[in-house]
Design a protein around this ligand. Structure first.
Ligand code: ADP
Length: 359
């Protein structure tokens, strides 16, 4: 290990901290197994360079995150940079052949033409409504552009554990509110997201799909990235999706992106039935005027669009303060506000029916 050190007293402490990070595949700490290539302390910055066989593997990302967290906690005034370089021995060169998706009965994809329409909020609330209906639910947050399920479920600090099961690597999901949650957000920081776009994220997503300890689930809800593209096709090809739900706001509904979303699933090479469209933020009712509905962004657009496209209209959800607060505070409103739960139960029942009959 090389060290370039303006603060030699810090070096020993950094090495000790890194010595408590265990590589899940070798079972040895990253100092002993030679993964730490380089430590540098200069002015107000600590740089650690790790050598890893698979730099974009979730296990590597877990190690990187653990190292960053430990160093941040011990040196709060320093800028911490943990860089992972490709190299070093591969702990398990043999390819993984088994998948953990065998216990999942139905997979529902949640998609939208654009970001900001409430796709993640709907996914989280639907998950809670379905859980309240007695189903075993998992959520896979595959939105590499803005993974928000950790925030929705108040599981932001979760660092997935890696375990071995019958010689295979498995990733332990978070389990907030009895929902099994795996998110690409557990492995990346918001400012990393750009780097992750495209092919780099696909490998990590594949591992998250096939190596997460999902156990037995009635429904896995997959929060897809907004829009359409290669990343969608990669995710879609890894999972047997039974049905897709499209989220739109009244403003977005006439926009070509929504139609492209429907067409992506209908493409003969994809051939995933579209359960229908949910119109989110459909109207607003002020508390002091409970009988009034203000259709701020137009009325009935999603219903008309669904008719034109030949897909079902699954329902509308108004703008409700508790939905927004729940998303901020890590408690989906469907679990605490009976009005919100009612909207989601009605929609959830239709989604269940469509997922079970695959269309
Ligand atoms: P997306 O996943 O499509 O990018 P989000 O789910 O992150 O969108 O939602 C965007 C913002 O809108 C969030 O701040 C969320 O709290 C808010 N929001 C979504 N749906 C509603 C709703 N029905 N009522 C009130 N606020 C909502």
């Amino acid at each position: 290990m090389q060290t370039i050190n303006e603060h030699p007293d810090m070096e020993e402490k950094i090495r000790r901290l890194l010595g408590s990070v265990i590589h899940p595949e070798t079972g040895r700490d990253i100092v002993t197994d030679g993964s730490v290539e380089h430590i540098e302390t200069a002015a107000d910055k600590i740089t650690v360079v790790l050598h890893m066989a698979r730099p974009r593997d979730p296990f590597t990302l877990k190690i990187k995150k653990q190292a960053e967290n430990l160093l941040h906690a011990s040196f709060p005034d320093q800028t911490i940079l943990v860089v992972v370089k490709e190299g070093g021995p591969t702990p398990h060169p043999e390819p993984k052949t088994t998948t953990t998706t065998g216990g999942i009965a139905h997979v529902v994809a949640i998609a939208s033409g654009k970001g900001g329409v409430g796709k993640s909020t709907v996914t989280a609330n639907l998950a809670i409504a379905l859980r309240n209906m007695g189903y075993r639910i998992g959520v896979l947050d595959a939105d590499i552009y803005g993974p928000s399920q950790p925030r929705m479920f108040g599981a932001e600090g979760y660092v997935p554990d890696a375990v071995q099961e019958e010689g295979e690597d498995r990733i332990v999901p978070a389990q907030p509110m009895d929902v099994k949650l795996m998110s690409i957000g557990f492995f990346i920081k918001p400012d990393d997201a750009l780097l992750w776009r495209g092919a780099m994220a696909v490998n990590a997503l594949k591992q998250m799909i096939h190596q997460t300890k999902w156990g037995t689930l009635d429904f896995l809800l997959v929060d897809l990235p907004p829009g359409t593209g290669d990343i969608h096709l990669s995710i879609i090809s890894e999972l047997k999706i039974d049905t897709a739900v499209i989220i739109s706001t009244p403003q977005q509904v006439a926009v070509a992106d929504v139609r492209r979303g429907v067409e992506m699933f209908r493409n003969p090479n994809v051939a995933i039935p579209v359960a229908g469209i949910i119109e989110n933020m459909a109207w607003f009712t002020p508390e002091e005027l409970p009988d009034n509905r203000y259709y701020l962004f137009g009325r009935g657009g999603a219903r008309r669009f669904a008719e034109q496209c030949g897909v079902d209209f699954l329902g509308e959800i108004p703008i409700i303060e508790s939905i927004m607060e729940g998303a901020e505070e890590g408690h989906p409103a469907a679990g605490i506000d009976p009005r919100v739960e009612e909207y989601y139960r009605t929609i959830g029942a239709q989604v269940v029916e469509k997922a079970v009959k695959k269309g």
